[in-house]
Design a protein around this ligand. Sequence first.
Ligand code: ADP
Length: 499
Amino acid sequence: MSQTKPYIMAIDQGTTSSRCIIFDASGAIVSMSQRELKQIYEKPGWVAHDPLEIWGSQLGVCIEALVKKSISPTAIAAIGITNQRESTVVWNRHTGKPVYDAICWQCRRTAADCERLEADGFGDVVKEKTGLRLDSYFSATKLKWILENVEGARAAAENGDLLFGTIDTWLIWNLTGGKVHATDHTNASRTMLYNIHEMAWDEDILKKLGIPSGMLPTVKKSSDAYGMTDEMFMGTKIPIGGVVGDQQGALFGQMCFDAGMAKNTYGTGCFLLMNTGAQAISSACGLLTTMAASYGDTIQYALEGSIFIGGAVIQWLRDEVQMIAHAADSEALALSVEDTNGVYLVPAFVGLGTPYWDPYARGILIGLTRGASKAHIVRAAVESMAYQTFDVVRAMSDDSSIQLQCLKVDGGASANQFLMQFQADILGLPVERAAMQETTALGAAYLAGLSVGYFKTIADIMALAKENTTFAPRFEEAERQTRVTKWHRAVERCKGWDE
Ligand code: ADP
């Protein structure tokens, strides 16, 4: 494929860092730059970022990625943005100044407010309209908190002086020199303000939470013409063509373009998303219903499951109990024994997410006998990621009646070959590990490329598929069942512990 402008720039604004990756037309990385982001913990359970640091560091890494490889900004065909989802910024539309820190998705400051709203019966309304659980993770109550707690914010908002945005919106607004106030379907669907069936900001929810609709951005497709960057930043105007929340970005980057295709990202936590096509499936099993990346005439939905402690269980082994020196050591230790010798570890350190949603569950190590060794415990920890993933996959097939054919995987802990093989064994499905691990940024780049004609069709993108590594399942059904049954007995015993 020859291009007059050979590259796509992906902006990847994550919870702990701002990154920029420049891709060529084959989907290969040409340049990359990254900066850590300061975490602000004002009180226990509160997490925030400085919006100006987010914007400044993001612009900084974009320029650095260009400079590093002497790439001219005029060689960039389009910019794609992917971002930490749900985090909330409110700023003054005249001065561009944020009125408060960016309240991070992890922040629990509005948990009590959510409990009150839930007691009011508002949870059902939220689920029906937005597909989400009424929870402080999402933007809505964070925005409400700013309006109620920052001096003068409510009056200014009602006067039309303030704008709201998730991180993508904040970056688009700054990159376009304050000209464009917009977001995409995937990010809008995480605000808890957006009706995913009508595809509009929901008047009832806005009214209930006291949020003026004039603050909200225009919602566009994930692959769309968002506007041009102001030339003061990179010396030329570059079209912003793709915007997508990080997990949906990875779903797209993993080429899960059709209903029934799913990916799991094994990071600190695990996020499993399944494309459900044009159908928004309401979950009876504790999954979230959300929008997948949209492009052309294609509007798609996804089911999402979250596992709070994924790779973090390995960090715990390393840092707290010091059974291993490096995360990668977990693999050799796990493989040094034939099985866990009956040991199960349920890492419910912060409660359990999908499908249990038990905030009072706590971690449990069970099945210990005199013969239980460090290797057995480490193996049980690694296996816990696979069992938790099994529970989410089963919830998805129960909800959707779609049987997965294969699970695509990425993220730091997917480097563990033992884990990947065990995952395939326990699921009874092939597990396909991405050759190119930067699936999130790649998804944003694909979406940006589609909107400017750099890629003409989805087929152009599919032609770029790399040779992934596939792990084939090996367990007999009876063996799989026995192990899963034991796991569920362990889970039962850790529920409600801290109530
Ligand atoms: P995040 O994006 O959430 O920061 P990453 O995708 O970088 O996470 O993955 C890091 C996580 O993966 C850490 O929790 C780490 O413990 C885990 N991890 C990294 N390498 C391995 C490995 N070889 N085996 C098991 N877990 C690993």
